[in-house]
Design a protein around this ligand. Structure first.
Ligand code: ADP
Length: 765
């Protein structure tokens, strides 16, 4: 007797069971012979014969005999009754021996009922056979079946039941119950097929629809393109918008909004009241770049070379910019910390922004914030307003035509505030890397990613920049240029540019070194080079006239004819009046346009002890003046009477800022001391420093600018607070070379050095 282990089959007693011949051979190690008795047993798992153990089987099997060995590779087993597997033995050669006993059925099946139900099942099967091509049962087949058992064992391979469910049929003792189990199995499976089929069909329909839609759209686009090409003159504005929207690479929100507006524009028609507004909106949205630019690696040497080419000097600034580029390279980012360039006008802040853009190979755009008073200036007006416009930031992005320009936000210190919201808070959002990737301009009403924009701010002073904004930025000071630097800038950049601008060739005009230096010293008075640029522009324009008139082949401008070509008088530098008078002392001030010298004048008039302060500074200066008066009274007690008998008039000329009030303390004190003692102070001696009532000299700000101003104005000796000595590192060598700089910590030191105190007359010059 052969023992055939099978897996995942439905074994039905008194029915048929079909097996592949090869499988039979493999699992039994025998060749099948017709008539041979077999016991078919069910495995719990699908295992090869070698791995089967005594525990691999369900405890009930079925007996039978091979009724047919088919030429097509099948054998048919006619099954008989069920058997209990009492003991299973597996030998070394993997053959299986069984100890079995018959297992009895409960004979509770009414043959008539069974017959009736079989008929019904067959009817259903005919129906299914028509509908389901994938269930391979033919009508002829169905007709042959005489029992539900035969149907189930024939259809076994297609039924979607687990091996446990399949075994349950064999394990069922009641014939009636077994029949019902098998019927249900078939009905359930057909239901499942039905649902599957429906779902598949539905899915197919859906896919078909999508494919069809895409195909139609493609076809339409193609045809429309052909038409457009045939009649380019007829491509309408709206059609152009459609194409531009499709090709823009907009984010989902923006595309939806654009399509919505385009539809409105279509409905509205050209003559509609809102068509202009809708048109402008679409045009603006589409003028923005919606594609993400790739971060490229920047060659630092090349970047440095470009910066050096466009700007002379500014070493500290350039090295900071290179650091930034290096960090951006390492982090593969297109933006980094927000730099804020602070310095006098014409010191190169804005133009170096252009240099940075060139060095990075990116587009440059300048956005002026001067006078921005409303939030709408930054963030735009809502479209419901008539004449609504995008804000300055998005306008700048549109102008640049890319999504990653270098954007210079100019004059961030000139932001205003009005009742319409604070532009600074909108700017905060623009500059915040956490938020600016979804910056939403009110006009656009859709988010735009600003995170790849490299922002650079410029300002003349830090004082008026709102603190939260300042917090976000890294400040880089532009201290202004020394005369030598100005000379180099003029020679290398400004003059050649000015000549090119009016079309003068190099050989037609030369300006001597002396003439250039004279323009710098006598015709400009500034920390930057704006005035210098203007002078050179004028010079070139005027020279152009002569050159065109053919007066001069190779025009040479030297100190003799310079004035004719500048069309202005030399600026009388306030200083350096040679005459020293008691009560007048040279002070140094810091202003938004760089350092300045100013002369503090004091005078006693007949009167009754009043103090008058005139000049721009008013109140702030009054305090300093009071401290100075008290100090001088205490230093020169014998002169106290003088203050009682006369009125004191202090005049501080315009030009300084209120901040300079305190730092003029030492100058005021010295001027007063000079006045009361009658000892004059050379105007070539300048000084800066705050004083305390104890007579200590306190540190001040803006030392580099002040010293530069002193040098510019022709001073030779400067007193500075001792605590500012550190700042001398930032002062150009050239300036330090010309000036004798004396750090002091008390007023007495100054007065002694100047010969005012202790009657030590010493001519300091
Ligand atoms: P700011 O923005 O500080 O007011 P700008 O950048 O507008 O100054 O500079 C004014 C002019 O001076 C520009 O034409 C600029 O090219 C020129 N300039 C300023 N600094 C330099 C420099 N270091 N080298 C060459 N040109 C300079």
């Amino acid at each position: 007797m052969a023992v055939v282990p099978v897996y995942n089959s439905i074994l039905v007693p008194e029915s048929t069971f079909v097996l592949q011949t090869d499988y039979y051979k493999k699992m039994t190690g025998k060749v099948p012979n017709q008539g041979e008795k077999v016991t078919v047993i069910l495995c719990r798992e699908n295992l090869p014969r070698e791995e089967l153990t005594e525990d691999s089987f369900y405890p009930i099997g079925v007996q039978g005999s091979i009724s047919e060995v088919n030429q097509n590779g099948y054998i048919v087993i006619r099954t008989g009754s069920r058997v209990n597997l009492n003991e299973i033995t597996i030998y070394n050669d993997h053959s299986i021996d069984l100890d079995i006993t018959k297992r009895k059925d409960i004979d509770d099946l009414d043959p008539d009922v069974a017959e009736e139900r079989l008929k019904k099942l067959k009817r259903q099967l005919f129906k299914y056979a028509e509908n389901f091509e994938n269930v391979q049962i033919s009508r002829a087949f169905i007709a042959q079946w005489h029992s539900v058992g035969e149907i189930v064992s024939a259809m076994g391979p297609w039924l979607m039941n687990s091996s446990k469910e399949r075994y349950a049929v064999l394990a069922e003792d009641s014939r009636a119950a077994r029949q019902e189990l098998m019927e249900n199995m078939i009905y359930e499976n057909f239901e499942a097929y039905k649902i599957n089929n429906e779902a598949e069909n539905a899915q197919e329909e859906e896919h078909k629809k999508i494919y069809r839609e895409a195909a139609i759209k493609k076809q339409m686009e193609y045809l429309q393109k052909e038409l457009d090409e045939m009649h380019p003159e007829e491509v309408t504005e709206l059609r152009k918008f459609e194409i531009r929207i499709r090709e823009s690479g907009m984010n989902e929100t923006a595309r939806k909004e654009a399509e919505k507006v385009l539809n409105r524009l279509k409905q509205e028609g050209q003559a509609g009241p809102e068509s202009g507004m809708l048109y402008d909106y679409l045009d603006f949205l589409l003028s923005l770049s919606w594609v993400k630019e790739k971060a490229v690696n920047i060659d630092l040497d090349e970047a440095e070379a470009i910066l050096n080419e466009t700007h002379y000097g500014l070493q500290k600034v350039k090295s900071r910019i290179l650091q930034q580029i290096a960090v951006m390279n390492l982090k593969r980012q297109q933006s980094g910390s927000i730099l804020c360039f602070v310095g006098a006008p014409g010191s190169g802040k804005t133009s170096i922004g252009q240099g940075i853009a060139n060095a990075l190979g990116r587009k440059y755009v300048r956005v002026s914030l001067g006078g921005a008073r409303d939030e709408a200036d930054i963030r735009g007006h809502r479209r419901t307003y008539i004449g609504a416009m995008p804000g300055r930031i998005m306008d700048g992005i549109a102008k640049s035509g890319v999504s990653n320009p270098v954007m210079v936000l100019d004059e961030i210190d000139k932001l205003g505030v009005s009742y319409n919201g604070d532009p600074a808070s909108a700017l905060l959002e623009v500059l915040d890397p956490e938020q600016n990737n979804t910056f939403t301009d009110h006009y656009m009403n859709v988010p735009y990613d600003l995170s790849n924009v490299l922002f650079i701010c410029t300002a003349n002073t830090l004082d008026t920049i709102p603190a939260p904004l300042l917090d976000r930025m890294e400040v880089i000071q532009f201290q202004g240029y020394t005369p030598t630097e100005k000379y180099e800038i003029a020679r290398r950049h400004l003059l050649p540019k000015a000549m090119r601008a009016v079309g003068i060739r190099e050989e037609s005009l030369s300006v001597t070194d002396d003439a250039l230096n004279e323009i710098i010293s006598d015709y400009t008075r500034e920390a930057g080079v704006r005035g210098l640029k203007k002078r050179l522009d004028t010079l070139c324009r005027m020279a152009a006239v002569d050159i065109v008139r053919g007066k001069d082949e190779g025009l040479v401008i030297d100190t003799d004819n310079l004035r004719d070509y500048l069309d202005m008088h030399p600026i009388r530098h306030g200083l350096v009046k040679n005459e020293a008078r008691p009560g007048v002392v040279t002070g140094l001030a810091w202003t938004q346009v760089g350092g300045e010298v100013l002369f503090i004048e004091t005078l006693f008039t007949r009167g009754s002890g009043k103090t008058v302060v005139t000049g721009q500074l008013g109140d702030v200066m009054k305090e300093s003046a009071q401290i100075a008066v008290s100090l001088v009274k205490s230093i020169f007690p014998e002169k106290t009477e003088l203050f009682k008998e006369s009125d004191l008039h202090i005049h501080v000329p315009d030009g300084a800022t209120p901040k300079d009030g305190p730092s003029a303390g030492i100058t005021l004190t010295t001027a007063l001391s000079s006045l009361v003692t009658g000892v004059p102070v050379s105007p070539q001696v300048a000084m800066t420093g705050e004083v305390s009532l104890q007579g200590d000299v306190k540190p001040i700000g803006g030392l580099p600018e002040k010293l530069m101003a002193a040098q510019r104005a022709g001073a030779t000796h400067v007193f500075i607070p001792k605590d500012n000595v550190e700042d001398l590192r930032d002062v150009a060598e050239e300036v330090k070379f010309v000036l004798e700089i004396t750090p002091v910590s008390t007023v007495e030191e100054v007065l002694q050095a100047l010969g005012i105190l202790n009657d030590v007359i010493e001519n300091v010059s």
